[in-house]
Design a protein around this ligand. Structure first.
Ligand code: NAD
Ligand code: ZN
Length: 344
């Protein structure tokens, strides 16, 4: 079967033929319906998956149909449409038992962090999933539409839920970077709370999209000082109760710091390598900073329910596996709107 693969850090992705996986005892093979192309794939291509060697098949945003069941697997039947939960924890620590596997206590000792992050992922016709606990039913959603929900929607959903108590109708949330994750964050904020939503990006097309998705104010941050002034005028003395940074580079973090108020949350999701100076005086009192990772299996069920009822919708664009390297390059160049999805 064809697969889009990582080889060594810094090398471009390649498309090559690899054997179709067979499930061992307790494992499941999923026939892929769609694999989302995430900016994190670019981090994997550039730096590798920390602690793990290639080559492996990319793709950590996956959905499809149960194709074969290993010995002893019960509860699923062939053809069931499923989302594949992306972070594969140990399965038995406190975090994993809460289904929050991205916070697995044994993460440092695992042989991979999930398909596409140290072992074969879903940018291929079939994917081996080590345990049925990592499958979430898709209901009526088509796998290729649902694949990005497992990360592009789950990650912002989890990040927003952590601070939902702050998002009262008189509050404002700011989303920096309205690409794959950010365009879902705007929609999720609209359905989860009454707070006003500000979208920030460098690309006016992304901002137009954010406005269509319900952002109350869109701001191009190419002039950061003006952007901060515009947003702070909009939020008033309370400033932004929550700032979600889906870029995480120094300029966006510097902007985020100027937007938060007392008791706010500054949530850094983008893996951009910027830093935030933390002293008693560099952030407003009570402001918390966090770097959440992905979300829980239970939260993935909640996200799927929101998509099934039509309350959120991923703006998907479909491509074949052969086009995988080009789509990854387009994402790097900022040309992808919403989410690119590779389909067999
Ligand atoms: P994307 O490329 O689809 O979107 C990024 C958006 O940011 C684009 O719209 C781009 O125009 C905008 N942008 C770029 N530079 C900007 C700047 N200086 N100011 C304002 N906007 C800017 O990427 P994505 O797939 O949505 O991923 C976003 C980030 O989140 C990546 O760093 C990715 O690795 C990370 N991520 C983190 C987690 C997690 O659990 N923490 C999960 C998934 C992805
Ligand atoms: Zn664990």
């Amino acid at each position: 079967m064809k697969a889009v693969r990582f080889t060594v850090p810094g090398a471009p992705p390649i498309v090559e033929n690899v054997p179709i996986p067979q499930p061992g005892p307790g494992q499941v093979v999923v026939k892929i319906g769609g694999a989302g192309v995430c900016h994190s794939d670019l981090h994997v291509l550039d730096h590798g998956a920390p602690g793990f060697h290639g080559p492996f098949t990319l793709g950590h945003e996956n959905a499809g149909w149960v194709a074969s069941l290993g010995a002893g697997v019960t509860g699923w039947k062939l053809g069931d449409p499923v989302a594949v939960y992306g972070f594969w924890g140990c399965g038995h620590c406190h975090a994993c038992l809460l289904s929050m596997e991205s916070y697995c206590e044994n993460a440092e000792h695992l042989s991979n962090n999930g398909g596409g992050i140290g072992t074969d992922g879903g940018m291929a016709e079939y994917m081996l999933v080590p345990s049925p606990r990592l499958l979430v039913p898709l209901g009526s959603l088509a796998p290729r539409d649902a694949a990005p929900l497992t990360d592009a929607a789950l990650t912002p959903y989890h990040a927003i839920k952590r601070g939902l108590h702050l998002l009262t109708p008189d509050a404002t949330a700011v989303v920096i970077g309205v690409g794959g994750l950010g365009h879902m964050a705007v929609q999720l904020l609209r359905v989860l709370c009454g707070a006003r939503v500000v979208a920030v990006d460098l690309d006016d097309r992304k901002l137009d999209h954010a406005r269509q998705l319900g952002a109350d104010l869109v701001v191009n941050s190419r002039n950061a000082a003006e952007a901060a002034e515009t947003i702070n005028a909009f939020t008033g003395r309370r400033k932004a109760a929550m700032v979600l940074d889906f870029v995480g580079i120094q300029p966006t973090l510097d902007l985020a710091v100027q937007l938060v108020g007392r008791n706010s949350q500054l949530t850094v999701v983008g893996v951009g390598g910027g830093t935030i100076p933390l002293t008693q005086w560099t952030l407003p009192f009570g402001c918390s900073v966090s770097t959440p990772l992905w979300g829980s299996r239970a939260e993935l069920m909640e996200v799927i329910a929101l998509a099934e009822s039509g309350r959120i919708h991923v703006d998907t664009h479909y491509f074949g596996f052969e086009q995988g390297p080009q789509v990854l390059q387009d994402l790097r160049d900022g040309k992808v709107m919403g989410r690119g999805v590779l389909v067999p």
